[in-house]
Design a protein around this ligand. Structure first.
Ligand code: KG4
Ligand code: ZN
Length: 364
């Protein structure tokens, strides 16, 4: 299994000046200015409150909100970085995977800015962005990166820059989905992962013994855990759930974390590597960060733990990845499409060249 291809290896050498970066693949509207591995600014405008009333992200609502917020967010990122339009070397944006309508808002904005200023454009794969967040901390490839978000859970063997091979993936739900669905079953607010994490901090993780057996092979599986939580809750009366909500949350979280940690450490050993990194929204989970830190210390593995702001969706990670990727020269990117899924990402073609207008026949 291979991840999407990448190109030019060294970020600092790739661009002479800072990049303006956009990320609108889901429900966070984000812009950042990044120079090499240095994040000059990063602005994230969360749409959480907007979607909370629906209990989840409504794609069409997210797209519309991106269009309302993006200009302001870009202006804030430029101002916070103290960078002028003429200083920019390129524009980078998430091309996919993600919600197609949401992606198209960022892509259209990136094309417009880049075209208007005659700049190159760097389309970035969202997963490669998550992985690249670790470069802000000075990690060096090769390393194993646990990518765990709302839509993806995989172990990436990062060989160079953001070029990676998938060593394992989830057979069913993503880890973020397991957190979000668990949170819903526990009657917690939206977004669920963070709520469950906060509640679990006050709970006893040994209260319920959820299945700890790690599935055989390298791949992850979380759907059985979710079902185990459902049956556990069904077996208790309301007062009991009320009294032990934090304990049940802590036990459920511990079972997810156990699998993530065990698989990551086993994969790193199997690959003969000594460096581990984590990425994606679930990498913000306090229980995971604690358990992985302890386990890596015990195994003598070097661990890269990005700050929470670089774990959940943000445009700075898109800029960190862009330095490793080929830039499309002005104005070849105008026909570039966004893609919703990983498989489309792999099949993605570079921007099509516009057919030249038919030339008049040369005079005889
Ligand atoms: O990477 P991300 O921001 O967006 C996607 O690319 O999906 O990840 C969002 C996911 C959601 O499922 C969210 O509940 C989960 O990450 N998440 C967490 C925490 N913060 C965000 N899960 C567990 N603990 C957290 N602290
Ligand atoms: Zn993400």
């Amino acid at each position: 299994m291979t991840g999407p291809p990448s190109g030019v290896p060294e970020p600092a050498a790739a661009f002479a000046g800072p990049l303006l970066c956009l990320e609108t693949s889901c429900d966070d509207t984000s812009a950042a200015v990044v120079r090499g591995r240095e994040v000059l600014s990063s602005i994230v405008s969360s749409q959480n409150e907007l979607h909370a009333q629906f209990g989840g992200v409504v794609p069409e609502v997210a797209s519309r909100r991106h269009t309302e917020l993006l200009n302001e967010v870009v202006a804030a990122a430029m101002a916070a970085a103290g960078v002028g339009w003429d200083d920019l070397a390129a524009v980078a944006t998430t091309q996919g995977p993600g919600l197609i309508g949401a992606l198209l808002v960022g892509l259209a904005a990136a094309k417009t800015i880049a075209y208007r200023r005659r700049l190159p454009l760097v389309p970035v794969n969202h997963i490669q962005g998550h992985i690249a967040a670790n470069y802000a901390l000075g990690v060096e490839a090769p390393f194993v990166c646990l990518v765990a978000s709302g839509g993806h859970t995989l172990l990436a063997v990062v060989e160079k820059g953001v070029a990676y091979r998938v060593a394992a993936r989830t057979m069913d739900d993503a880890a973020g989905e397991a957190f979000d669905k668990g949170a819903r079953l526990l009657g917690l607010g939206y977004p669920g992962g963070r709520e469950l994490d906060l509640l679990a901090a006050a709970g006893n993780a040994r209260f319920v013994s959820f299945p700890r057996a790690v599935p055989r092979g390298r791949d992850f599986s979380f759907s059985g855990l979710k079902t185990a939580l459902l049956y556990d809750l069904r077996g208790r009366d309301e007062a009991e759930v009320e009294a032990h909500r934090a304990d049940i949350a802590a036990s459920y979280q511990a079972a997810i974390v156990h699998q993530l940690v065990e698989k990551t450490v086993a994969c790193t050993a199997g690959e003969g590597l000594r460096r581990v990194a984590i990425a994606g929204g679930v990498a913000a989970n306090a229980g995971l960060r604690r358990a992985l830190t302890e386990r890596c210390e015990a195994e003598g593995l070097q661990l890269s733990l990005p700050p929470l702001s670089l774990c959940t969706d943000n445009a700075a990670m898109i800029g960190l990845a862009a330095g490793f990727l080929p830039a499309l020269p002005w104005p070849t990117y105008l026909d570039l499409d966004a893609f919703a899924s990983d498989s489309e990402a792999r099949a993605a073609r570079p921007a099509r060249r516009r057919p030249r207008a038919a030339r008049p026949a040369a005079p005889a």
